[in-house]
Ligand binder design. Structure first.
Ligand code: NAD
Length: 480
């Protein structure tokens, strides 16, 4: 399908950035340059915002809900029809194994399908008030919504954030992550083919400090949805305050999985491993802290070690357990954490292997299991963004909760136990936006509200909950 490489999408037209400059697209699997993207500027962002404002005043602003629904559904169908091209590009651009990229493409289609069905099902209310009044509420779009997303799950995150915003009738300006913007451009092309009017979905690739900051700082944006690191998220919220613009922050995590002695371990193991290594551990909801009740600690660590020793790492196209990390910077950041952990004498219990023919220029690291990690050690507190599992023993529920809640983050957690009463008690006491019982998987579940507490952010995307965030309530009070 058409890629529109090196272009920005403004007002339904693919055009050069005002800088005329490009940024290289690097293949994380071999380090080669395989293409480029536009280096969008503040001027491009300004034009994109203007085009979104124009679209709000045009056809899109007047479109009836059932027609808006049909356009979103068209897009979901087109995504599935083009899933091979999208999968190949997502795998190459992000460096993720091809089967994982395909899951992301399907999830992206499912977002637009789900939201197409929700368009005409979000209602206002009538409110009992004084005798001679009728009071009602309307749910209205914010207007222009700005969306900044990271490189690790471009398609899934576009589905959840742009899908929600368009459902409520907003017009969007998207700034994708500079390391992987290609599938965002492909989606922009499909949105036009689906019949979504020009200016409703604008895309300006580029640098965070340039195009990203411009999207926050310029006037004319009515709501910001930011997905990325906690460090940048704090800055985004601060800058957005200058224009008093509401912000949704979907930030980092350090998610725990708590395994009690009565858990079904054979059911748990694939979830535990996958939650640490999916997308080579570069997942906001990576559940890298595995808390294990003392009586089964040795046994489970042994089983997990066996699994880690079998893991294979190689190019995205080989479709192994892990691909490469996104870039050299991320690789050396992870290596520093691991070096420090080694120098402190932490116990590296198992590791996977990098296949012999993995290209030398790729950013490969071995998946690693580190056991008996003190809960306050820096590697158990900070987001590593690599395929690393940490095991930590605990004695009882109280200690498990203390450790699980004892980081600055609160995105996702899980509890593995057959005890129904304990399942609920733990779920209520865990400080995170989602809790999974006897399973784990933040990526799926388009229907399930998602978001963090503490430094993992605030606001919810996914599910119907997202639609409240992407709209404002207007109250109308009528005196008879
Ligand atoms: P990042 O914060 O460096 O970048 C995210 C986006 O912000 C990019 O598009 C970047 O260009 C832009 N940006 C950078 N500086 C900016 C600035 N000053 N103003 C405006 N925009 C700016 O994050 P990353 O490295 O791309 O992604 C990894 C992080 O994202 C991890 O912390 C991960 O946990 C988090 N993440 C969270 C979720 C979630 O749903 N909670 C999902 C995926 C990733």
């Amino acid at each position: 399908m058409k890629l529109n490489e090196g272009k920005v999408l403004i007002d339904g037209k693919w055009q050069d950035s005002s800088s005329g400059e490009i940024l290289p697209s690097i293949d994380p699997s071999d380090g080669s340059q395989f293409g480029f993207i536009a280096r969008g500027t503040s001027e491009d962002i300004k034009r994109a915002i203007q085009s979104a404002q124009k679209a709000l005043d045009g056809k899109w602003g007047k479109i009836i809900p059932s027609e808006r629904s049909r356009l979103l559904y068209n897009l979901s169908v087109l995504i599935l029809e083009n899933q091979d091209d999208l999968t190949e590009m997502e795998a190459q651009d992000v460096g993720k194994p091809i089967s994982q990229a395909r899951v992301d493409v399907k999830a992206c289609a499912r977002y637009f399908e789900f939201y197409s069905g929700a368009v005409d099902k979000i209602h206002g209310e009538t409110i009992p008030f004084l005798e001679d009044y009728t009071v009602l509420t309307l749910r209205e779009p914010h207007g222009v919504t700005g969306h900044i997303i990271p490189w690790n799950y471009p398609l899934q995150i576009i589905g959840r954030t742009i899908g929600g915003a368009l459902t409520m009738g907003n017009c969007c300006v998207l700034k994708p992550g500079e390391e992987a913007s290609k599938t965002a451009l492909m989606l922009g092309e499909l949105a036009l083919q689906a019949g979504i009017p020009p200016g409703v979905f604008n895309i300006v690739p580029g640098l965070g400090v340039e195009a990203g900051e411009a999207l926050i700082n310029q006037s004319g944006v009515d709501h910001i949805s930011f997905t990325g690191s906690t460090k940048v998220g704090k800055l985004v919220q601060k800058n957005a305050a200058n224009n008093a613009v509401p912000v949704t922050l979907e930030l980092g995590g350090k998610s725990p999985q708590i395994i009690f002695a009565d858990a079904d371990l054979h059911m748990a193991i694939p979830f535990l491993v996958n939650a640490s290594i999916q997308n080579c551990g570069q997942t906001c909801s990576a559940a890298s802290r595995v808390l294990i009740e003392r009586p089964i600690y040795e046994y489970l660590v042994e089983l997990l070690s066996k699994e880690f020793n079998k893991l294979q790492v190689g190019p995205a196209q080989r479709n192994l357990d892990c691909g490469p990390l996104i870039n050299k910077k991320q690789k050396s950041r992870l290596e520093k954490y691991l070096k420090k952990a080694k120098s402190e004498g932490l116990n590296f219990a198992a590791e996977g292997k990098i296949v012999d023919d993995a290209p030398k220029g790729g950013n490969y690291v071995k998946p690693i299991l580190i056991r008996d990690v003190p809960p306050d050690n820096v590697i158990a507190q900070e987001e590593l963004f690599g395929p690393v599992m940490l095991t930590i023993p605990f004695e009882d529920e109280a200690e498990a909760l203390n450790i699980a809640n004892g980081t600055p983050y609160g995105l996702v957690s899980s509890v593995w136990t057959k005890d129904g009463s304990r399942q609920f008690q733990m779920a209520k006491k865990l400080k995170s936006g989602q809790v999974f019982i006897n399973n784990y998987g933040a990526g799926g579940g388009v229907e399930l509200p998602f978001g963090g507490v503490k430094l993992s952010g605030h606001g919810r995307e996914k599910g119907f909950e997202s639609l409240y965030g992407f709209s404002v309530t207007k109250t109308i009070a009528i005196k008879h």
